[in-house]
Design a protein around this ligand. Structure first.
Ligand SMILES: C[S@@+](CC[C@H](N)C(=O)[O-])C[C@H]1O[C@@H](n2cnc3c(N)ncnc32)[C@H](O)[C@@H]1O
Ligand code: SF4
Ligand code: SF4
Length: 391
């Protein structure tokens, strides 16, 4: 970790005014969205390829599952099963983003075959792989094979859960941080131009290092996001977490530093003053995400009634169980093996789950779920065009 990082930007006194503008765009966007109740086509396909993992993170249930149920590994969907449901699924024809995750997806010996198939089946989509960047050589080998097969429009995401000692302790592995840094160096050297980003899961173990990690990642020109740890109702992780008021005040302070830096770094206030809001939707989405993460940390609640789970995302666990959102993954719709995907998507179970989502009995604030909603709402609120979106 380098020691000479940029210092915190001084808070701009116009920031409250800037956020009032942002809030007004969001309010306007939500009002317009409210009148459009028609369903969204499925835009994202997320496949957890395995629960297996080479790390043992304290907040994560995945890695333990194969120890508790070793036979589950044999039930992982292979390429034939993935192909069987994707080939026939007309409702997946508009998919724009395919995400492979886990567990640790690089552990799947057939990941290159699976990714190559998905590349061909979803020609309009980008292909993302979320992994932990620990085993540099494994990542390099698989990426080399993917490149040899011509798999393009690939992007990678990894987790970063603190500075070296904290990251290693959260990840249950001495050297996890070193491995991650080696992978970053390898990607820059061997795969220049490959897009990758980092995500930070806030827990009481690492919240004091959010700002340092944000600075470190953004100094390198990379995207950095964060989310609060989720204590899953059904899937037990080694640790469950509760927050003291004092810890939450510090979370807010750290997020304030991130927001001030984003504003300063990207000239947010100047853009608003000049009336250039339509040209920087990505910035408003990021600022708003962080602002509401701050709120959510202290008071978890649903901010937008209109949740896109059940419409925009088709998510599968390794065995082929369809679920609508990561928080409610225990409320699976059904298993896709041997069943037509379109029929499963339109089944009574799926409709029942959509009813549950509409009832607002759950809440979350996660990048993967919140950002597409924010993109839509802010585009509507500022009058900007959102390419390809059905608004
Ligand atoms: C399950 S991992 C799979 C991909 C990869 N193994 C990794 O660690 O990035 C995906 C993301 O979920 C996050 N995560 C794990 N357990 C979580 C929890 N209980 N609440 C919120 N996020 C969690 C991880 O930190 C990671 O950013
Ligand atoms: S968060 Fe990722 S790296 Fe950590 S145990 Fe879970 S799947 Fe593995
Ligand atoms: S937890 Fe609730 S609000 Fe969040 S994505 Fe899932 S269904 Fe939507």
């Amino acid at each position: 970790m380098p020691t000479r990082l940029r210092r915190a930007a001084p808070a701009d006194p116009r920031m409250d005014w800037a956020f009032r503008s942002l809030e007004s765009w969001v309010a306007r966007g939500l009002k317009t969205l409210g009148g459009r109740k028609d369903g969204q086509p499925i835009k994202e396909l997320h496949l957890e390829l395995t629960h297996r993992c080479n790390l043992q993170c304290v907040m994560c249930h995945h890695w333990q599952m194969p120890f508790d149920d070793p036979a589950s590994v044999k039930r992982e969907m292979g390429l034939p099963q993935i192909r069987a449901f994707c080939d026939d699924a007309r409702l997946l024809d508009d998919v724009e983003v395919v995400v492979l995750s886990g567990g640790e997806p690089w552990l799947r010996a057939d990941i290159v075959e699976i990714a190559s198939y998905l590349r061909g089946r979803f020609p309009k989509a980008s292909l993302g792989i979320l992994s932990n960047f620990w085993n540099t050589e494994m990542v390099r080998r698989r990426l080399t094979e993917l490149r040899a097969r011509g798999v393009d429009r690939l992007w990678l995401g990894s987790s970063l859960d603190g500075l070296e000692a904290t990251h290693d302790s959260v990840r249950g592995q001495t050297g996890a941080f070193r491995g991650l840094m080696d992978t970053v160096a390898m990607l820059r050297r061997d795969f220049p131009g490959l897009d990758f980003s980092f995500s930070f899961t806030l827990t009481p173990r690492n919240y004091k290092e959010l700002w340092d990690c944000y600075r470190f990642v953004s100094e390198q020109g990379l995207w950095f996001g964060a989310q609060m740890v989720v204590n899953h109702q059904k899937f037990e992780a080694p640790e469950t977490f509760s927050w003291s008021d004092e810890q939450l005040r510090e979370v807010e302070r750290q997020i304030d530093l991130v927001i001030a830096d984003l504003c300063a770094r990207h000239g947010a206030i100047e853009r608003i003053v000049k009336g250039e809001e339509r040209e920087a939707l990505w910035l408003w989405t990021r600022l708003f995400y962080w602002r509401y993460l701050r709120k959510y940390a202290s008071k978890p609640e649903r901010f937008f009634y209109d949740c896109l789970a059940g419409q925009r995302y088709a998510m599968f666990d390794p065995e082929g169980n369809l679920f609508f959102c990561p928080v409610n993954k225990h409320r699976a719709i059904g298993n896709v093996n041997g069943i037509n995907f379109d029929a499963l998507w339109r089944s009574a179970n799926a409709e029942g789950e959509r009813g549950f989502i509409d009832s607002c009995r759950c809440d979350c604030w996660l990048n993967c779920i919140a950002n597409p909603v924010l993109d839509r709402v802010l585009a509507l609120g500022t009058g900007a065009a959102l390419p390809g979106a059905k608004l």
